[in-house]
Write a protein that binds this ligand. Structure first.
Ligand code: EPU
Length: 415
C-alpha cells in the first residue's frame, strides 16, 4: 500500500488540465448496457473506480477496447449479477440495477453495505423501480429484481439522490410509456448522462432541472460522447492554489458547473478569473467563510473536506455544515493532528483559523477526506505522510504528477 510524502510550504505555480468527471463517466459507461451497439467515450479519466466498473461490466459480458477513446459493447451479455466483491469496493456499482432490468428483465445486485461517509441507503432506487413494475426481493445480501416489461411511472424522490435519479432515468429509457421523475437530482453529471442517452435515441427532457420526463423507446443505438470535466477535481486544484498562496492556471474546466464552489472560494479570498478557455486562480489571504453543503446547484458535499482544509488557515472562524451525509467529518481528527483548531457540533464543524499547519503522518478515510489531507500537507510546514492513498486513486487522476508539475514536493512511496 502506497503513501504520499509531501514536503509542504511551496506556493504552487503553473498550468494543469482537468480530467473527465468520474461521477459522469461511471453512469455513462454503465448506460452502454442499454444498447447492443458500440459506444465510444472520450475524456474518460484513468481512475480506480473506472477500472472497477469495467471489471463489473466485463463480468456481465461487456467488451471494452481502448484506443483514442474507450469503446464499449454490450451486445453479448452473459450475466445479470453484480457480486459483493465489486459492489463493496464501489457503491456506484448499484448503477447497473436499472439498466439490467430494462435490458434483460432481470438483475441481481449485492446490497451495498455501510460506508465511511454515512449509511447511504438505496431505498429510493428500489421504490422507483418497483413503481415501474419491477418485483424486488432481498436474498442473502442480494437485491433480486425482475420485470417482464418496465412501465412508465410518476416517481417522486423524497431526496434528490444522484445515482438514484440516474438509475431510474436509465431504466425508463426502455420502459413502456412515460416516466416522470420529480425532485430529481440536478447535478451536471445527471444532465450529461441524459445528453448521452438522447444521442443514443432516448427521449429525455428536463435533465438538469428537478423534473425529468422520459419517453420509453423499444431500443437504443450507440453513440460517441465526451465526458464533461470534473468540477470537484477543478475545485480541489483551485484550493491547492489558494492554500499555498500560489498562482495556477486551470485548463479544461467548466465554470458553469461550479458557481457555488467559485462563489465560496471568492468569498474566502481567492481570485478566480476566466481568461478565454482557461481559469486563473490566486490567493494572497484566506478569509474564514461559512459554508453549508446542499444538492446541486448548492455547494457540493464532495468539496466540503477540501474547503475545510482551506478554512484551517483562515483569518477567523468558519462554520462548515454538512447536510448530505451524516458522517462526513472523518478528516477532522486528521487535520487536528496537523495543528488545525476544529470542533464538531452535530452536523457542523467550527473551524478557527491557525497561523500554520504542521506536517504529520495522517490516515485517509475516504476519497475527498484524502484530498483535504493532501491540500493541508501542501500548505503545512514540514513533512506530511498521507497513508491509504488508494482512496485518492479512486477519484484523482495522477494527483502527485499533476501537483509536481505545479512545483509541489510530493512523492508516492511504498508504505
Ligand atoms: N439517500 C437515501 N436513499 C436513497 C438514496 C440516497 O436516503 O435511496 C440519501 C443518502 O444517504 C444521502 C443523500 O440521499 O444522505 C444523497 O445521496 P445520493 O444518493 O445523492 O448520493 P450517491 O448518488 O450515492 C453521488 C456521488 C457521490 C456524491 C453524492 C452527493 C456518484 C457515483 N457518487 O452519490 O460522490 O457525494 O452523489 O452529491 O455520483 C465522491 O465522488 O466522492 C462521492 C461520494
Amino acid at each position: 500500500m502506497d503513501k504520499l510524502v509531501i514536503k509542504g510550504g511551496k506556493p504552487l505555480r503553473g498550468e494543469i488540465a482537468i480530467s473527465g468527471a468520474k461521477n459522469a463517466a461511471l453512469p455513462i459507461i454503465v448506460a452502454s448496457l442499454l444498447t447492443s451497439d458500440w459506444n465510444t467515450y472520450y475524456n474518460v479519466p484513468k481512475l480506480r473506480d473506472i477500472f472497477t466498473i469495467k471489471r463489473l461490466l466485463e463480468n456481465l459480458g461487456v467488451e471494452f477496447e481502448e484506443g483514442d477513446g474507450l469503446r464499449v459493447n454490450a451486445s453479448r451479455l452473459k450475466g445479470y449479477m453484480a457480486p459483493y466483491d465489486l459492489v463493496r469496493t464501489m457503491r456506484a456499482s448499484i448503477l447497473v440495477l436499472g439498466p439490467l432490468i430494462a435490458r434483460l428483465g432481470r438483475a441481481k445486485v449485492s446490497l451495498p453495505g455501510g460506508c465511511a461517509i454515512g449509511a447511504r441507503p438505496i431505498d429510493l432506487h428500489l421504490k422507483g423501480l418497483a413503481q415501474m413494475g419491477a418485483k424486488i426481493s432481498l436474498d442473502q445480501g442480494y437485491i433480486e429484481a425482475r420485470a417482464n416489461c418496465l412501465k412508465g411511472a410518476d416517481i417522486y424522490l423524497d431526496i434528490p439522490t444522484v445515482t438514484g435519479t440516474e438509475n431510474l432515468m436509465m431504466a425508463a429509457t426502455l420502459a413502456k410509456g412515460i416516466t416522470v421523475i420529480k425532485n430529481a437530482a440536478r447535478e451536471p453529471e445527471v444532465e450529461a448522462l441524459a445528453n448521452m442517452l438522447n444521442r443514443c435515441g432516448a427521449k429525455i427532457e428536463g435533465a438538469g432541472t428537478d423534473t425529468i420526463f422520459i419517453e420509453g423507446k423499444n431500443g437504443l443505438s450507440g453513440t460517441e460522447f465526451r465526458i464533461i470535466p470534473d468540477r470537484i477535481e477543478a475545485g480541489t486544484y483551485m484550493i491547492a492554489a489558494g492554500i499555498t498562496g500560489g498562482e495556477v492556471i486551470i485548463k479544461d474546466c467548466c465554470l458553469n458547473h461550479m458557481q457555488a464552489i467559485v462563489d465560496k472560494l471568492r468569498d474566502a479570498g481567492l481570485i478566480i478569473e476566466e481568461r478565454g478557455r482557461k481559469v486563473f486562480v490566486k490567493a494572497t489571504s484566506i478569509h474564514s467563510t461559512d459554508v453549508t453543503t446542499l444538492p446541486y446547484p448548492g455547494f457540493p458535499t464532495d468539496m466540503q473536506a477540501q474547503f475545510m482544509a482551506l478554512m484551517c488557515l483562515g483569518d477567523g472562524v468558519s462554520v462548515i455544515t454538512e447536510r448530505i451525509f451524516e458522517n462526513r467529518f472523518m478528516h477532522v481528527l486528521e487535520l487536528k493532528r496537523m495543528g488545525a483548531d476544529i470542533k464538531i457540533d452535530g452536523s457542523s464543524a467550527v473551524v478557527r483559523g491557525v497561523s500554520c499547519l504542521k506536517g504529520a503522518p495522517v490516515m485517509a478515510s475516504d476519497l475527498r477526506a484524502s484530498a483535504s489531507l493532501v491540500l493541508a500537507g501542501l500548505a503545512a510546514r514540514g513533512v506530511t505522510e498521507v497513508y491509504r492513498v488508494y482512496h485518492l486513486d479512486r477519484g484523482y487522476e495522477k494527483i502527485e504528477v499533476k501537483l509536481r508539475a505545479l512545483g509541489a514536493e510530493i512523492e508516492r512511496v511504498p508504505a
